[in-house]
Design a protein around this ligand. Structure first.
Ligand SMILES: Nc1ncnc2c1ncn2[C@@H]1O[C@H](COP(=O)(O)OP(=O)(O)OP(=O)(O)O)[C@@H](O)[C@H]1O
Ligand SMILES: [Mg+2]
Length: 259
């Protein structure tokens, strides 16, 4: 077989999603615009938005202002029609769908509003799950604990879920607040560089919300993760480094006719 033409070799230079992303900001959006469908109106038009590494950012805005859409972009689930979408030094807007899937598996911890725990897996298996899809996260978890299960239990204990009686229980038999903490432990497993949370405290009472947040902050700080947190709960805002008011920075909302 002959030498590989340099044109094809060039393809090997495609960004490798598992390598350590370049230094710089955690998030950089520039002239970004996004609509969910060609015939649908724009949802986001963001001139410039930068989030520094390690920052803890609170995102607020009225219902429908595009908070969850912004998180979908940061996680590489959606791609902008135009503009720069850079996360952890990588241009997601230039990646293929498969590359974005890999990037998400390696670098993003996502806490969903409804948790999305897998009902037929145990609590520990749910937490270990990200390491099944990412060698990078597996290696990071094993740098912190001798086994993946051990690291899952360490995170769960830190989130006040260390009671051995809980371990054998199906995740569907946990309270909402307990499920929430399992979802956070899963998002933090393997130290992803960016942790995204979409209204994860909405089902907690106000005492638990603050302690839950402090635990989330501790874990993000320990692993050097940047945190982007969406919530309607204005009482939590003061705990964060900064607030992004989507209603104020989103040109698409500003341009929309008054209802
Ligand atoms: N998958 C989708 N397909 C089409 N339109 C969508 C999709 N997801 C969201 N939208 C639309 O995009 C706009 C912004 O929705 P988004 O879910 O980002 O708002 P939000 O700020 O998270 O609202 P809430 O506070 O109610 O969760 C809404 O008009 C919504 O209908
Ligand atoms: Mg939302």
């Amino acid at each position: 077989m002959g030498a590989i033409p340099s044109r094809i070799q060039g393809g090997l230079k495609e960004p490798r999603a598992d390598r350590t992303p370049a230094a710089g900001d955690a998030v950089r959006l520039d002239g970004l615009s996004f609509r969910w469908g060609q015939s649908l109106p724009p949802v986001l038009a963001l001139e410039s938005l930068v989030i520094a590494r390690g920052e803890r950012v609170f995102v607020e805005g009225p219902s429908g202002s595009g908070k969850s859409t912004l998180l979908a972009l940061l996680a590489g689930v959606a791609v902008p029609q135009s503009g720069v979408l850079e996360v952890l030094g990588e241009r997601l807007d230039r990646m293929s769908g498969v590359q974005r899937d890999h990037f998400r598996a390696h670098h993003i911890g996502y806490v969903f509003q409804m948790f999305n725990l897998i009902p037929y897996l145990s609590m520990v298996e749910n937490v270990v799950l990200p390491c099944r899809f990412s060698q990078r996260r597996r290696a990071a978890a094993l740098r912190r604990s001798p086994t993946l299960e051990g690291e899952a239990l360490r995170l769960l204990a830190h989130l006040d879920m260390g009671d051995p009686a809980l371990r054998s229980r199906s995740v569907t038999a946990l309270s909402v607040g307990q499920q929430q903490r399992v979802a956070v432990a899963r998002a933090l497993m393997g130290s992803p560089g960016l942790v995204i949370a979409d209204e994860p405290t909405s089902a907690l009472d106000s005492d638990r919300r603050e302690s839950f947040l402090r635990l989330l902050f501790d874990e993000c700080r320990d692993s050097g993760a940047t945190l982007v947190f969406v919530s309607h709960d204005a009482a939590l805002e003061g705990l964060f480094d900064r607030t992004i008011r989507l209603g104020e920075v989103n040109g698409a909302v500003l341009a929309a006719p008054a209802p």
